[in-house]
Design a protein around this ligand. Sequence first.
Ligand SMILES: Nc1ncnc2c1ncn2[C@@H]1O[C@H](COP(=O)(O)OP(=O)(O)OP(=O)(O)O)[C@@H](O)[C@H]1O
Ligand SMILES: [Mg+2]
Length: 311
Amino acid sequence: MQTADDAQDTTPHEVDAPGRAMTKGEGDREVILSVKDLTVAFGSNVVLDALNLDIYRGEILGFVGPSGTGKSVLMRTVLRLLPRRAGKIEILGAEYDAVSDEERVELDTRLGVLFQHGALFSSLTVKENIQVPMREYLDLPQEIMDDLARLKIELVGLAPEAADKFPSELSGGMIKRAALARALALDPDLVFLDEPTSGLDPIGAAEFDELIARLRDTLGLTVYMVTHDLDSLFSVCDRIAVLGNKKVMVEGTIEDMLASDDDWVQSYFRGKRARSIVRDDGQKDLHHHDPNAPRRDETGRQGNPQSGRAR
Ligand SMILES: Nc1ncnc2c1ncn2[C@@H]1O[C@H](COP(=O)(O)OP(=O)(O)OP(=O)(O)O)[C@@H](O)[C@H]1O
Ligand SMILES: [Mg+2]
């Protein structure tokens, strides 16, 4: 796994490993990522304290919580970009600390990531960005890597011409898609998306949500999505986890969020800005997916299609 700063993050990714023992979770669902009693601290600042979280294969998990509570820290810790003080992390049934270096590299290749800030290398074209993890983890002829990059570009709905463009020549939405293409470069099992729709205009954000749902449906991708975007939470997330008091405080479906008596969850999911998504009878409007409607974020600000959604 690469340890780059936010502006220059590269992407961990996948190789298949048949026959690995899988952890079974609730019902018979496979737990793809299991975080147990995780504690992360910076000096005396304890950000996560004995946090537990399971993610199941094929789901889109929305991860929410007030700003500065450690959503990005959790993601970066799971990706081993930050050290942890205590706790266990199991990916695809294997415990990170217990496996050989070789196996750890292989586990890293099964994870893709789109970071909150600075998704791409600015000095590389889109195609070259997508090929960064291929170069790092695979030994493939250039021609094959070019074919693979083209496929990923198509997969995320970018025009073929985007391949040879530099990030500075792309719109915000195109950058997010290109970064997603790079996250998918090695066909990961699980992708981490940190605020993937932030800064996109409402139509772009709704299209991005649809793309994520389509990838889940067609590739069987599991998605861990940190988001402040209520529309994403209501429209594409299968399950939601709420971070608070250094732990996952509440976890469940959107219906569970609506029924929760936790104050923060109530004000977030049933507050003024959520009301146009939740019907008066307390049911969410499952068909709410009007891409032209203003989208809402945690701040309650509505997106402006002209300027993008300010935060
Ligand atoms: N590398 C670091 N060194 C020291 N402290 C850090 C580091 N990274 C994060 N923190 C601290 O950890 C806490 C959680 O930060 P984090 O970025 O995870 O918040 P977040 O929940 O992702 O917020 P946001 O919604 O604004 O993105 C903050 O207090 C932050 O200052
Ligand atoms: Mg963050």
